[in-house]
Design a binder for this molecule. Structure first.
Ligand SMILES: [Zn+2]
Length: 97
């Protein structure tokens, strides 16, 4: 199977954190990026550089990261992100459904 530039296939771990840090550094420099969610709830709204306002998305089979997603867009994608993300979001002030 193709492995597009991914350094890890284990889902979350150091690869996720490093990739997230890379994006955060770019956002901190003032770069903007659109939401990478396929189900974006805020079309046209760039990602907020506040680290609590975005999540790093990944493709459907978790072989590669896609990029920042709005926190609620990432969440709205259902179970594809697993329990860790769901737990992280419990501490944030977002809608529950
Ligand atoms: Zn979005």
């Amino acid at each position: 199977m193709p492995r597009p530039g991914s350094t890890t296939q284990r889902g979350y771990g150091t690869g996720h954190q490093a990739e997230r840090a890379r994006w955060q550094a770019r956002l901190d420099r003032g770069e903007t990026t659109p939401c990478h969610s396929h189900h974006c709830l805020h079309p046209g709204q760039p990602i907020d550089p506040d680290p609590s306002q975005w999540d790093l998305g990944h493709n459907a089979d978790r072989t590669a990261w896609t990029g920042p997603e709005h926190i609620d867009c990432n969440r709205s994608a259902g179970g594809r992100n697993g329990a860790m993300v769901a737990n992280a979001k419990r501490t944030m002030t977002i809608r529950e459904w």
